[in-house]
Ligand binder design. Structure first.
Ligand SMILES: [Zn+2]
Length: 779
């Protein structure tokens, strides 16, 4: 299949037939913004239903791990032996398995060390230069052996970050295969080499913080929608992982504290009596209790034990396992209850440099996140949730690494505090997407980052209504949507190919979901449908089509136009209110219409020449000679006469009751002409301000654009006279140009500052004065 695809590719690229197939109904005159996605989505089958739910024959593979790892704190090296039990639940016989060797991303000859563009700049950081020069370190996985349970060596081939293990016999559907991998690698310095796991060295006390992630050879995903996941790990596109059960023994220096995915079964052996007592107290605590406290950590930091301890963890139904180890971490814990009343231990691990922030906030933010996400999706199913301060932001099942350190004096800025709260919510939130709703991150960053950032926004806003959320509110995406088209990519772009990663894969999908919830579907329909998606795909592997289909299936809202505009397109929303025409009904009632008719008539008589003639004091003949005056000189052509009144009455009396009602109500008609300048179709939200000062807002569905995607005209009947009209008054549609949203046009209030033009000496290119500065620092 794959070969065929590559052979066909060159000719298909230039074939209109393929483009036509990808753009459903391209020949339509109205455009295709409202056409169904059709062939752009995968065909439903018995594994994935057209409703967006897993099909009757849905299957997924299972990978269970038993791992023993040994951390060498002197050499910064990790050794491991793991036994993997792989269960083939697919209908396909397998002759080989693929594993992921993610540490190979750091190898000096790795593809990803060379495939990025680079340019020399007048100012270069050490990190930038190191990126260009590369490193000469022994990094990457060393596979010592791969054997079956009988000790027979298995043949394997390493292709960069992937390893194919050949099976001694075909693994039939329903069968299990157990094998053992022995490996080691040198742990990299996370702050200079980069990456999601590694060590951080603290020169002031000579200790290390190890945050161990992607640390063991992991099974790749084999699925119904793409076979073996075959995209290499480059450091960018995250992970595709199978669910399984873990038993992990971690051997570390005896003075280290270890936290990890799952539950530890031997705290009695690893903690002191006092610490164990505090751990037991924490089981029912509603405030965080320091299991390992700051004083103990300060003592531990001074020593360097040569004794060893093993911490034993187990975790069920997780897609990965990560851990932290150091002698410089405080550990606090408290119990919390999520939707459904289930108890979860919320915990944090942090160094002294984060104590001033993490002690007060971290564990409580963990607990808040679990409660908020449990309400939005499903009750958090795992027994623990951990936040580790590691000066970054990275997520794993039940454990995540975040930032938030204080100044030496314990103070911190508001930005650090808010950033810390946001990152903890975000990374703990990843437990739901993608740790449980297990999408393929290597393919679709937005499926976990976008959905998670949306839920993060909800959690931030229920933490504090004044929390300055950076992503979620529609108006916050405007600057990104305003960029030139060639700088934008659709959300439906593979992770590796995205330019502007943050706005594309985090902010835009989060904003789109927020617009769906607040503006397009409404909270009730959206919340039910989003929850349905989360329930359907918890502990399974969803694809984008499963989300798109479920959101429609559970709400009866056709959203194909929305997915097209926001997820497959790059067009922004910019609706312009071009003109407003105002109509009143001519009742023909002389008593009511005389004033209006007279005003129109007089306006025509009162032209510029007449006005100037009068102003010049001209003598008019018909005024000077009164003999010229007759009936018509004084006649009011608009005054009601017995005859006109009678004829109006006759006409009125002949009307039906409904027609009479229409005549009697004062009606004003406003014809609005609008153009879709941005391209992305969007509902019309119209705020009417009446001459009596009252306001009314009404919403017209985006369907108004379905026959003409560029221009629409619509008439609105009002019983009060309108003073002004404003589109999208709450800035909820991400309209990129608000200056064309109002009638009459409003002047946008903008400020500028007046400053004195600085004149630089001839030849100077900057106002800075290094000579003066150097004098100031010289004693
Ligand atoms: Zn994230």
């Amino acid at each position: 299949m794959k070969k065929l695809y590559y052979y066909l590719l060159p000719c298909l690229l230039f074939s209109n037939a393929v483009i036509a197939q990808n753009e459903n109904n391209p020949g339509s005159n109205h455009g295709n913004k409202f056409e169904q996605l059709g062939t752009m989505l995968s065909t439903p089958n018995e594994y994935r239903s057209a409703s967006g739910a897993p099909g009757p024959k849905y299957w997924q593979q299972k990978a269970d791990y038993e791992i023993t790892a040994k951390l060498d704190d002197d050499k910064q090296r990790l050794d491991g032996v793991e036994t993997i039990t792989y269960t083939n639940n697919s209908p396909d016989p397998l002759t080989y398995l693929w594993l992921q060797l993610d540490e190979n991303e750091h190898k000096k000859d790795a593809e990803n060390q060379k495939f990025d563009e680079s340019k020399m700049q007048s100012k270069m950081s050490l990190r930038q230069l190191q990126g260009i020069m590369g490193h000469d370190l022994d990094l990457g996985n060393h596979i010592v052996s791969i054997k079956d349970v009988n000790g027979n060596a298995l043949k394997y081939t390493i292709n960069q970050t992937m390893m194919r293990v050949e099976l001694p016999a075909t693994l039939q559907p329903g069968q299990k295969f157990r094998f053992k991998v022995t490996w080691w690698y040198n742990i990299s310095d996370r702050l200079t080499i980069g990456g999601r796991g590694g060590y951080e060295f603290f020169p002031e006390d000579g200790n290390y913080l190890y945050t161990m992630a992607q640390w063991y050879p992991r099974m790749a995903v084999y699925s119904d929608f793409q076979g073996w996941q075959n995209k290499q790990f480059t450091g960018r596109g995250e992970f595709a992982l199978a669910f399984g059960d873990f038993k992990v023994n971690i051997n570390v220096p005896a003075d280290h504290v270890v936290g990890g995915t799952g539950q530890c079964s031997n705290y009695a052996q690893t903690l002191t009596t006092a610490q164990l007592k505090r751990w037991n107290e924490a089981q029912n605590a509603t405030q965080p209790i320091e299991v390992v406290n700051l004083n103990e950590v300060k003592q531990l930091m001074k020593g360097h034990s040569t004794a060893r301890k093993t911490w034993s963890f187990h975790a069920e139904n997780v897609r990965d396992f990560a851990w932290v180890s150091s002698r410089r971490i405080v550990w606090d814990a408290m119990s919390t209850r999520v939707d459904g009343g289930k108890k979860v231990m919320a915990m944090s691990y942090y160094g002294p440099e984060a104590y001033g922030l993490y002690r007060r906030y971290s564990t409580k933010v963990v607990a808040h996140t679990l409660r908020s996400y449990s309400k939005t999706t499903f009750p958090y199913p795992y027994p623990v949730a951990i936040s580790v301060e590691a000066s970054n932001g990275m997520e794993y099942p039940m454990i995540c690494f975040n930032y938030g350190r204080t100044e030496k004096d314990g103070t911190y800025s508001e930005a650090t505090k808010n950033g810390m709260i946001g990152v903890i919510i975000h990374e703990v939130g990843h437990n739901f997407f993608p740790m449980i709703v297990n999408s393929d991150e290597r393919q679709w960053t937005w499926m976990d980052e976008g959905l998670n950032t949306f839920c993060q926004y909800l959690a931030e806003q229920s933490w504090d209504p004044n929390y300055p959320s950076q992503r979620g509110p529609a108006y916050k995406i405007v600057d990104y949507m305003k960029l030139p088209k060639n700088e934008l990519e659709p959300i439906m772009t593979n992770s590796e190919n995205i330019t502007r990663f943050g706005p594309n894969a985090y902010a835009k999908p989060a904003t789109a979901l927020n617009i769906l919830r607040e503006t397009v579907m409404g909270r009730e329909l959206f919340d039910y449908a989003f929850k349905t998606y989360a329930h359907r795909w918890a502990f399974k592997h969803p694809t984008p089509a499963d989300l798109f289909r479920t959101m429609e299936d559970a709400s009866a809202v056709d959203l194909d136009w929305f997915w097209r505009g926001w997820f497959y397109g790059t067009d922004p929303v910019d609706i312009s209110l071009d003109s407003v025409k105002y109509y009143r009904l001519n009742t023909k009632n002389p008593a009511n219409e005389a004033t209006f008719d007279r005003a129109q008539f007089d306006r025509n008589l009162d032209n510029i020449s007449t006005k100037r003639n009068k102003a010049a004091g001209d003598k008019f003949t018909v005024e000077a000679d009164t003999a010229l005056q007759d009936f018509y000189s004084k006649w009011d052509r608009f005054a009601a006469t017995p005859m006109t009144t009678q004829s109006y009455q006759a006409m009125y009396n002949a009307l039906s009751p409904d027609e009479k009602k229409l005549y009697d109500t004062k009606n004003f008609f406003y014809e609005l002409s609008l153009t879709n300048r941005g391209g992305c179709v969007s509902p019309l939200i119209i705020e009417w301000t009446y001459t009596d000062g009252s306001k009314e807002t009404e919403t017209i569905s985006a369907y108004i654009w379905r026959h003409n995607e560029q221009k629409v005209t619509k008439v609105f009947a009002k019983t009060k006279e309108v003073r002004s009209i404003k589109l999208d008054p709450e800035r909820e549609t991400a309209d990129i140009d608000e200056s064309n949203n109002s009638w009459p046009r409003e002047m946008a209030p903008t400020r500028f500052e007046l400053f004195k033009q600085q004149t630089l000496p001839r030849g100077a290119t900057s106002g800075a004065n290094p000579m003066q500065q150097s004098r100031k620092t010289t004693p």
